[in-house]
Design a protein around this ligand. Sequence first.
Ligand SMILES: [Zn+2]
Length: 384
Amino acid sequence: MRPLLPVFALCLIALASAPARAQQADPTISLLQRLSDAPGTAGAEDPVRAIMVSELKPLSTAPIRYDGMGSAIFELGTTGPRIMIDAHMDELGGMVRRIGPNGQLTMQMLGGWLDQALTDQRWIILGSKGPVEAVTGIRDIHVITPAERNEVIPRNNIFLDIGASNAAEAAAMGIEPGDPIVPDSKFQVMNGTGNYLGKAWDDRIGCAVLVQAMQRLAKLSHPNHLFFVATTQEEIGLRGARTAANMVHPDLGFAIEGGIANDQGGHAEETQAHLGAGPGIFLYDSSAIPNRKLVSFVRATAKDNNIPLQLDLVQGYGDDSAEIQESGTGAPTLNVVVPVRYTHAHNGIVNRQDFDRTVDLMVDLLQHLDANAVAQIRDFTPIP
Ligand SMILES: [Zn+2]
């Protein structure tokens, strides 16, 4: 009798851990998993900052600097044009607003959520005694009126259920107003494909590009003073990029972001990017218009290196390049993206090839930009 149970148990353990072992064997998957799973809303980016520091501190040629809003600045090189490569650490989430007498919580949303994405979801509240599981309750179909069945529940009517019966029980779990709330969505490789499911790809996919581009450039020669900057509070108004750019004083900058994939039934005019078709650059969004010479330089570099490039224009989208662009006396910038399906939601999807090629593109760009190229891009003198 006795041996049977351990053997059976061991088989289960082996089955359960095989995909996990495969993921651990791939350092890129491990990095993406850690960044996607890390909880970090605007103003509470600490777990993400810890990952960025552990990955990049050994590579930085200068001591890490932080701006007064928590953005972290890592450097490679000491001379040449000052180039800022930016990705934001914060994700869509919320904060606890009020604890009701019945133990229910109301939620202050942080970032651009659709009301339709909020009901019937699992969330994690980062309370003072550790993570607390929560669910946004939904009205029961057996009791609602026919008119209510097809209504989107407005965010002000949404509440979090943590299983508490009264305010004292909620407080005993360590819950207080202001506690950060993140979607409860675990990273996974989708059914053996090159597509990865998880939360917070906006903008942890950009954070991962930052890490791998800096890892590769640390072993290569390049003619620039590079500033890899992990910023804060982008989702509530590009706030950390503004203060970080004031410290970096960039001559030129890139935001690395999640792009908007449109291969799941959207209108063709909304966005042109497809998952798996390579990195993208934004020719327009509602926060910034890129420098046209920089766009040409990036397109030429991608072509020379056989990197497919998706050109996109997206309304209703802002990104950190807008703040870098307007810092100091102004700097040429461009938003470079890894396409993401379902950015501002619990479950997003990115493609591994898109990620790898975006890292390739950034490494090539940061090697080929030099003082001459940056001076030409920054030159607005009319040609006689
Ligand atoms: Zn973003």
